[in-house]
Design a protein around this ligand. Structure first.
Ligand code: AVJ
Length: 329
């Protein structure tokens, strides 16, 4: 945890700082990464099981259908697999098993900010898949990538060709002005023969998209509202959860789903650890997440803008979701 010293000499966390800054803005907002405390991560896993949340299910189908093709596109070269934000590695397993049918041993480097999730994943995968060597890296994406790259270059017995996975449409959380920069940094860490496989949620009718973020079981609502509970737990907030509601809609002009927490009434909220009081008007919202949706054309432009070309798109029959294989140019 990064600790900052404030003017009045209180020690407050980065989370506290970001909450204060986000709630002081004229359009109140909180960063999506704070949705994922332990409870939030469990709720997200439940979202992935909901009928309306087509993203996970569709990505799994694409991996089942096309893993052999993805493996074949590596031309029998031995590769090491790196994964950004591996989470439970549930779907990745399909691809890992497919690689294992062609190359043994296989080296897999999951990178995830959560120690506890990594630990569970490593344990499970290594008991189930012999011939899979796993080295988990608990850090954020780019720091983890550099670490793994350096590890691979200094160990001559490891395949130095890399396939980097970035699944689950996590790229959708990046703002358009950030995403090119992020991909360029990844490109600079890659060698010419390496490849990058990215999961993109594709544009489709608004109803289908909105249903995915408003599931009937209320998991997405719980996930979103948990952010307020987290502020109450960790920062001594006094949010009355029942006085806020989950709001998610597709903003077609901006190609994104927006998730907000809406104040049902005029109210004020105190947050003890930062000694602040925030005022909410009736229907005012806290913007908690954007989830961008792409067209195949936008994906190809994004690739070019960041120094890649799309080697191949793997989509489902309905073209709801795309796994794009990028290669550096
Ligand atoms: C993990 C960012 C891909 O945007 O669909 C799911 C997060 N938010 N339901 C997404 C999320 C609400 C998810 N990503």
């Amino acid at each position: 945890m990064i600790i900052h010293k404030t003017a009045n000499s209180q020690l407050i966390s980065e989370f506290a700082q970001d909450v204060r800054a986000g709630l002081m803005e004229s359009k109140k907002n909180l960063k999506p990464r704070y949705l994922y405390d332990e409870i939030g991560s469990l709720l997200f896993e439940k979202i992935c099981l909901q009928e309306e949340y087509y993203l996970t299910r569709t990505e799994r189908i694409i991996l089942q259908d096309f893993s052999p093709d993805i493996v074949n596109m590596q031309n029998d070269d031995h590769i090491s697999i790196l994964e950004l934000g591996s989470g439970s590695s549930d779907k990745t397993r399909i691809l890992l098993e497919c690689f294992l049918s062609k190359q043994k041993p296989l080296y897999y480097f999951p990178i995830d900010v959560s120690h506890s999730i990594l630990y569970g994943t490593i344990h499970k995968l290594s008991t189930d898949l012999s011939d899979l060597y796993i080295k988990g890296i608990a850090s954020d994406y780019l720091e983890g990538l550099v670490k793994v790259r350096d590890f691979i270059t200094s160990n001559h017995n490891l395949p130095n060709k890399k396939l980097i996975l970035f699944l689950g449409s996590s790229i959708g959380n990046f703002e358009p002005e950030e995403v090119v920069n992020f991909l360029r940094i990844i490109k600079n860490i890659m060698a010419k023969q390496d490849m990058l496989l990215i999961g993109f949620d594709l544009k489709k009718n608004a109803k289908t998209i909105e249903a995915a973020y408003n599931d009937k079981a209320g998991m997405t609502a719980k996930f979103n509202l948990n952010l307020l509970r987290r502020i109450n737990r960790e920062l001594g907030g006094d949010f009355r959860i029942g006085d806020f509601e989950h709001l998610a809609f597709y903003n077609e002009n901006k190609d994104r789903v927006e998730m907000h927490l809406l104040s049902k009434l005029n109210q004020q909220v105190n947050i003890r650890s930062i000694s602040e009081t925030f005022f909410f008007k009736k229907n005012e919202t806290i913007h908690t997440e954007n989830s961008y949706k792409y067209t195949l054309r936008q994906i190809s432009i994004l690739a070019e803008d960041s120094g890649f070309r799309v080697k191949k798109n793997f989509t489902d029959k309905e073209k709801w979701y795309d796994l794009a294989l990028f290669s550096p140019i």
